[in-house]
Design a protein around this ligand. Structure first.
Ligand SMILES: Cc1ncc(COP(=O)(O)O)c(C=O)c1O
Ligand SMILES: Nc1c(O)cccc1C(=O)C[C@H](N)C(=O)O
Length: 423
């Protein structure tokens, strides 16, 4: 029997299930707020979020009206100067942080530099920054840079596999630097439990929320988190290169000393004095002039979340990935790929990662069919499920296309095997 005939019945069942799930989806109306291309199944919001329509309108306004017409008066007239704080507070609501602890600025890499240095300075007698071997590389690279700058007696990076993190918490460790959701597998660390265990050993914890913010129901204050960083171009839909954010718990703000002491972190930047005096709040984490155009776009993009319950978003994320994984098994795709994402939805971020020797080419073949996913070397196909604009029907389409590509071996075609620069 032809494969198409073999899967037509199970696929019809999956399609019907998707219809029912979409009808009952409390977030289904949000898809309309995004300018997605027609017939495109976008499963890469874990790398670059889709474009909210209101963000597009704001981009035009900030360029044509604010910059074009009002020129430099916009710093006051359109409150450009307040954007890092205003946007930071919008993000705060989504990560479970009370006011005055979150600021929008720079990138994760730069913000990590500030916070790792500041945390090390708060831990005299300790020099180890403990992290996970398979953390996103930039987090490790930044600590390696600090190690070079300060010398190993002040900063020594130690990396261990995930299952050795807890036993690695000891009195030498100054800082535990962890990404809550693993960028490759999607495994979620228990933020509350790990933060508590680290605190029991006097360790400061810095969480990277790149794959958590805008998709998990985060409770930073409740988990007594010390510091966190995150990006806004993934699930927060701020656009390519959108600025990152930093969270500094209130209790640490009086003693925090971050090394990138630029004028925007000065207590009175427009007095232009020669000596640096830091602001006494989270704004001390600012360094230079905010990236007004992208921060304005982000400001608008965050309005999409105004009425959204993060609990609902997190629940849909689990249901989407569950539906995908069940569909994989119904279509017998689970024997073709090795799924490296956790089987239990509670441990899984909003993505599914599949290993296959031809995953790069399979990813390209999917993209050619308008199902956008990504590839992580050496052999991982990653599919991200952003709950605000991915429907269950999208998941069903992705499953069907994946099944077809694998069965017809379309991925062997030369055009799908030419590596590109950004994957
Ligand atoms: C976990 C994690 N940290 C950091 C980054 C990147 O940081 P930056 O904003 O500095 O590019 C990414 C992805 O780009 C990531 O997945
Ligand atoms: N930030 C990115 C970029 O500037 C170009 C391409 C991809 C990205 C990413 O965000 C990668 C992403 N953090 C990942 O999890 O792989």
């Amino acid at each position: 029997m032809a494969y198409q005939d073999m899967i037509s019945t199970p696929f019809a069942v999956i399609k019907k299930q998707a219809e029912i799930l979409d009808e009952n989806d409390t977030l289904q109306t949000y898809k309309r707020l995004f300018a997605l291309p027609e017939n495109c199944v976008y499963l890469d919001g874990n790398s670059l979020g889709a474009l909210p329509i209101c963000a597009k309108q704001r981009a035009i306004d900030v360029v044509e009206q604010q910059w074009g017409r009002d020129l430099i008066t916009s710093w006051n007239k359109h409150q450009w100067i307040d954007l890092p704080t205003k946007v930071g507070e919008k993000i705060a609501r989504l990560i479970g942080a009370a006011k005055g602890q979150t600021i929008c600025c720079d990138s994760i890499s730069v913000n990590l530099f500030k916070l790792v240095c500041a945390a090390l300075a708060m831990q005299p007698g300790r020099n180890v920054v403990l992290s996970q071997t398979d953390n996103f590389p930039t987090d490790l690279y930044m600590v390696q840079g600090i190690e070079q700058l300060l010398g190993q007696q002040c900063c020594t990076l130690k990396t261990v596999p995930a299952d050795e993190l807890v036993s690695g918490l000891n009195e030498d460790v100054a800082v535990l630097l962890l990404t809550q959701v693993n960028y490759r597998t999607g495994y979620i660390h228990d933020m509350e439990k790990i933060t508590k265990l680290a605190h029991e050993k006097g360790i400061i914890v810095i969480w990277d929320l790149a794959h958590s913010a805008g998709v998990l129901d985060l409770k930073l204050d409740q988990c007594a988190v010390d510091f966190a960083v995150g990006c806004t171009y993934k699930y927060l839909n701020g656009g390519p290169g959108a600025p990152g954010f930093m969270y500094v718990a209130k209790r640490h703000q009086p003693v925090l000393k971050q090394p990138l002491s630029g004028w925007m972190g000065h207590s009175n930047p427009f007095e232009f004095t020669a000596e640096f005096v830091a602001k006494n709040n989270v704004e001390q984490c600012l360094t230079g002039t905010p990236t007004i155009i992208s921060m304005s776009i982000l400001d608008a993009a965050l309005d999409v979340f105004d009425e959204v319950s993060m609990l609902e978003v997190a629940k849909k994320s689990q249901k989407l990935t569950d539906f995908f994984m069940t569909g994989m098994s119904t279509l017998k795709l689970d024997s073709i790929f090795e799924c490296i994402s956790p089987q239990k939805s509670a441990h899984r971020g909003s993505q599914v990662a599949l290993n296959h020797p031809y995953s790069y080419a399979i990813c390209q073949a999917l993209i050619a069919q308008n199902v956008i996913a990504d590839f992580r070397a050496p052999d991982t196909l990653r599919l991200g499920f952003a709950p605000l604009y991915v429907s269950y029907a999208d998941v069903a389409t992705a499953l069907l296309k994946l099944a077809e590509i694998v069965q017809t071996k379309a991925y062997l075609r030369a055009e799908f095997n030419q590596q590109s620069k950004v994957t």
